[in-house]
Design a protein around this ligand. Structure first.
Ligand code: TRP
Length: 372
């Protein structure tokens, strides 16, 4: 159906209307006033372009922070496959927030989730995706003194007690209503959201007092944290605050899917990247003549969105791409070529950092005895 779209933690499809999601989910917009309370907020690419645009209780968290009350960050990754550019957007933003505030970060890798939810994945598959994805995360430059990676199957002994307390407060009917489970859903999946809740409370558990938590995530993860937030006061914790991002669309249109061929993976070679970029869906016209005459549509164009999210940090230059696209002055072939050279450059730098990350992964392992 035209105009219809689905956004859940397991499925993103259709043309997502992010304004409608704010209404559907009952979240709030990030206002300029809130942005001004984030150090470097007005200059931040994701905030000034409204790519991270929605929140829950960010005002509360920043208010406390302004009074000298420290908080920490929590985000994560479900390791089901290699890492593509879309996965890295919230991580990049999280790193910027970590730097801006100088706070701790817990990064949860939900290998259990992906094992449970993806029929075809074995625990060996999710373990190798975990080891692989971790390198991409570390390659983004997180400070090892302030950052801990939690791997669910490895670190469950530190999560299980709190997961149980959370699970005891969530009924099957709530889980079914929030996540759309049915009688044929496996019981591990039904329990899982309690594990994803734990890092929102982990610093409070470790510190023995309530520490506010801010979770940057794609807005598709909001259903999990609605449940976490409902349960928090029943267990004596603060509700975690959330800051929601839009999702980078895949190069063939729609969300960058792990199953489609349209996402650029960090392990793709230049030839593969070239093929993906040059074959991308665009907002262009059928012929050059038509495009010159009528112009094209950047709003629906994943190539344009790649510039917007990552590859054209200069607002003036981004505006020129947009204007020239709409007027017909810019043709899709040239625009793709421009994107390709930027992606290739990013990839060559990322590959080196990713290799280096192999030497430092051990520094990020979660260890409750070692205060970070
Ligand atoms: N469920 C997320 C995924 O499938 C992974 C995840 C766990 C996460 N904890 C998180 C994402 C916190 C964002 C914030 O990718």
């Amino acid at each position: 159906m035209n105009g219809d779209f689905v956004v859940t933690p397991w499925e993103v499809s259709g043309e997502v209307d992010y304004d409608k999601l704010v209404v559907r989910f009952g979240t709030s917009y990030i206002t300029p006033d809130l942005i001004s309370k984030i150090p470097g907020g007005k200059e931040n690419l994701f905030l000034r372009r409204r790519l991270f645009y929605s929140h829950r209780d960010l005002d509360w968290l920043l208010g406390l922070n302004g009074k000298g009350h420290p908080f920490y960050l929590y985000t994560g990754r479900g390791p089901s496959s290699g890492t593509h550019l879309g996965h890295m957007i919230p991580w990049i933003f999280t790193r910027q927030l970590q730097e801006a505030f100088g706070v701790k970060l817990y990064f949860q890798m939900t290998d259990d989730e992906k094992f449970l939810f993806k029929d075809k994945l074995s625990l060996e598959d999710t373990a190798s995706a975990t080891a692989d994805n971790m390198l991409d995360f570390i390659a983004l430059g997180f400070n090892p003194a302030m950052t801990r990676i939690i791997v669910d199957t490895r670190d469950i002994n530190h999560l299980y007690r709190t997961a149980l307390k959370v699970a005891k407060k969530i009924t099957f009917s709530t889980a079914r209503a929030v996540f759309g489970f049915s009688n044929s859903t496996n019981i591990g999946s039904i329990f899982f959201t309690s594990v994803q809740s734990v890092p929102a409370f982990i610093e409070s558990d470790l510190e023995g007092r309530n520490v506010p938590c801010l979770i940057p995530c794609g807005i598709d993860q909001d259903p999990h944290f609605r449940v976490t937030r409902d349960v928090a006061p029943m267990l004596g914790y603060f509700k975690p605050a959330l800051i929601h991002g839009k999702m980078l669309p895949g190069l063939s249109g729609g969300k960058m899917s792990s199953t489609g061929n349209a996402a650029i993976y960090t392990t793709d070679d230049d030839k593969t990247v070239k093929k993906k970029v040059m074959n991308a869906f665009t907002g262009g016209r059928a012929t050059v003549e038509e495009q010159r005459r009528l112009g094209a549509n950047p709003d629906i164009c994943p190539v344009y969105h790649h510039f917007e999210f990552m590859f054209e940090p200069d607002d003036g230059k981004l505006k020129k791409i947009e204007t020239d696209c709409r007027s017909g002055a810019l043709l899709c072939g040239d625009c793709k070529q421009n994107l390709l050279s930027k992606v290739i450059k990013f990839m060559s730098e990322h590959r080196i950092k990713r290799e280096k990350a192999k030497e430092t992964v051990g520094n990020y392992a979660f260890n409750p005895d070692k205060v970070i």
